[in-house]
Every structure is written in C-alpha cells, then in structure tokens.
Design a protein around this ligand. Structure first.
Ligand SMILES: *Cc1c(COP(=O)(O)O)cnc(C)c1O
Length: 219
C-alpha cells in the first residue's frame, strides 16, 4: 500500500471512531509520527495534506524539518520524546508544541528559552500512567500540583496531558486515568493513542492521536 492510502485509512478510522463515540467530526487531531523517516519519505504525507507531525528526537529533527518547514507553510511540529535541558535552545527554535514536559528543571529551561527567543510554544505535561521506572513522565498523583507550578510559578500555559501506556497492558484504563487527571488539573487537551490503539483513545476522549507506523510503515 502507498503512504497516501495508509494515511487515508487512518483518517477514515479516526472519523469512524469519532462518530461511534458521539464526538464531533474533526474533534481529534492526527499527529503523524515521522521519527526515523527522512525528508523524502515524509514529503508524500505533506503532499496528501498532512500538516501536523511528531518527532521524538531534537537532533534528528534538525536534519530534516528546517528544510520541510521552509518548503510548505502551516507545518506544526510536535516534540513527543524525552527532552534534556541542554537541548531546550534547539527544541524551542524548531518545535511548535512540546508534549513531554515532565519535571521542574525542564519546565524552567523551556520557560527561560521561550522568553529569550520571544516564542510561545504550546505545552503538554507527560504523565507516567503506568508508573514504569524506565519511562518518562510525572506520577499521576503529582500531576495537578505540577501543572499548577508550571502555570503559577513559571507562567507556562499548559494545554494538555500526554501519556504512553505500558506496552503489555490494556490501554483503556490508562486513557481513562489521563482524562480524569486532565479534568482535575483543568487542562483541555489529551494526547493519547498510537498505531495499535488510537481508536480506543478516541473513545476515551483523545483530542490528538500520535500515529507513526500505521502511516509510514514499520521502523
Ligand atoms: C513512536 C511514537 C509514537 C508512534 O508509535 P506508532 O506505534 O508507530 O504509531 C507515538 N508516541 C510516541 C511518544 C512515540 O515515541
């Protein structure tokens, strides 16, 4: 199958899941995750009208996105991988949305850097819903207080929460937990669901899904 067909299929499934959940058409934004694919592999998705993309590494993204952004206006780039504070300068310069704010040090670094560059990014807090030791993200119980700190002390506008459920578990309870935490913390957006479970995420209220391999193929 061609990339454009796979992309259309994902869009179709999202629309069907929205309808089934009784949610409005277009309630869910598709973030096409293009990590490991080069500019030539990404261009067909842009040609097919896709404008929102996700990458998990700052350095890899610097090798392709400045060029792709220069070619087409309206590209929106999301950082969905762990961020080190020494990469804050580059991340703020290249990305439009950072979905992986998960500790005070990185929140401060991003706040300082946005001020310095005069650029406002949209931000999500990553939550480690499964409390997995190897995974990034704030603990569920600490989420509301951390969002509060980001807002009140650092002046950051936190737009949503993001999670990556444990690979070997039913994702539904994790999506439900993220939705509950968002309500408690007073944030609107929910970034959850990947190739294997984005339709379930839509049923649980995802406002964006991050889909890679179902669009670009196996990595
Ligand atoms: C790679 C990645 C995705 C996309 O995963 P697929 O299974 O290829 O859809 C989504 N979210 C994050 C954080 C990722 O790193």
């Amino acid at each position: 199958m061609e990339l454009q067909e796979r992309l259309n299929e994902v869009r179709f499934h999202i629309a069907a899941a929205e309808r089934q959940a009784g949610r409005p058409d277009g309630a869910v934004q598709l973030v096409a995750v293009s990590k490991t694919f080069d500019a030539d592999a990404i261009r067909p998705a842009i040609s097919a009208g896709q404008r929102v993309f996700g990458e998990n590494r700052v350095q890899e993204s610097q090798g392709k996105w400045p060029e792709l952004k220069a070619e087409t206006s309206g590209i929106e780039l999301h950082l969905i991988g762990p961020l080190q504070s020494n990469k804050a300068v580059d991340a703020v310069a290249l990305f439009d949305v950072i979905e992986t704010i998960d500790r005070e040090k990185i929140a401060r670094a991003i706040a300082d850097e946005m001020k310095r560059q005069g650029k406002t990014l949209r931000l999500y807090v990553q939550v480690n819903t499964g409390l997995e030791p190897q995974k990034a993200g704030i603990a569920p119980d600490d989420t509301a207080a951390f969002v509060d700190l980001c807002r009140k002390e650092l002046g950051l506008s936190i737009e949503g929460l993001m999670c990556i459920p444990p690979a070997d578990e039913n994702p539904g309870p994790h999506f439900a937990l993220l939705a509950k935490l968002a309500e408690k913390a007073g944030v609107e957006k929910l970034s959850m669901g990947m190739s294997s479970d984005y339709e379930i995420a839509v049923a649980f209220g995802a406002t964006s899904v991050r889909v890679g391999s179902a669009i670009f193929g196996a990595r």
